[in-house]
Design a protein around this ligand. Structure first.
Ligand code: ACO
Ligand code: ZN
Length: 223
């Protein structure tokens, strides 16, 4: 398809002369010493951050052939909370978020997707909300190349709609994307957020989505 070819060409131009590290996923120019140094620093911190050694008490809420989802709640042991904080720091760094204090940290639920290589390869942070504002569809539509550009000022409706669960972060390790990990995290969230009921897609809301987040959310909510 025409749009697909275009995306491949764009990606090639953007990362011309660049390599992607096969273990941490960082894209950098190997011939540039500054870049290389930055990579070495990131590489170690990142791999340390996503390392998962296994916990004595872990709340496994879903299991798959390629991994499992563990739920962490605010009153869990400090080793679990520390891992969540480490992962959130990596995610926020990648998303370019400044330190954001969660609105009600004691009601935050964090879902970690643990790969069978014992790495945290996905993370979803959710919190209870009362209302959300619908993102208005752009005149160009989600398939158009312009939505790949890095602008984040989506037009939102000013009419609040009732919602139950807000997704404040969703992230999947760069080298594990497009394997339905995000989808499985949201499915599991809908199943576990409120005891005894499966939330509809209207009851969940993505806060301030990135272009990637918006593409995923649009696809997820329509299927
Ligand atoms: N472009 C187009 N479609 C996409 C994309 C994308 N980048 N990502 C997901 N989709 C759609 C696809 O239709 C996909 O199905 P397919 O692969 O069969 O075509 C469907 O969504 C399901 O995708 P998953 O494989 O479940 O998504 P993935 O595990 O790759 O994770 C995510 C998606 C979390 C957005 C990932 O790309 C990521 O971590 N990006 C960087 C961080 C980020 O921007 N997170 C969102 C922030 S917004 C927020 O946190 C509220
Ligand atoms: Zn690396």
């Amino acid at each position: 398809k025409e749009t697909k070819d275009q995306l491949v060409i764009d990606a090639g131009q953007k990362h011309f002369g660049a390599t992607m590290c096969k273990s941490c996923g960082m894209i950098y120019t190997a011939s540039n010493p500054e870049d290389e140094l930055q990579h070495v620093q990131h590489h170690h911190r990142f791999l340390e951050g996503i390392k998962y050694t296994g916990w004595k008490k872990e709340r496994v809420v879903a299991e798959f052939w390629d991994g499992k989802i563990v739920l962490v709640l605010s009153h869990d042991p400090s080793y679990a909370i520390r891992k969540v904080e480490d992962v959130q720091e990596l995610v926020d760094y990648e998303l370019g978020f400044q330190q954001v204090v969660p609105r009600c940290p004691n009601r935050t639920k964090t879902f970690l997707f643990i790969s069978d290589e014992k790495k945290v390869v996905g993370c979803l942070i959710a919190e209870p909300i009362k209302q959300a504002f619908r993102v208005l569809s752009e005149p160009t539509g989600p398939e158009s190349p312009s939505s790949k550009e890095c602008h984040r000022a989506w037009q939102c409706s000013d009419i609040p709609e009732p919602a139950i669960c807000g997704i404040s972060r969703i992230w999947v390790f760069r080298l594990k994307r497009r394997k339905r990990i995000a989808r499985r995290l949201v499915d599991t969230l809908r199943n576990c957020f409120m005891f005894g009921c499966f939330l509809s897609t209207n009851e969940i809301a993505f806060s301030d989505p990135t272009p990637d987040g918006k593409l995923f959310a649009t696809k997820y909510c329509n299927t």
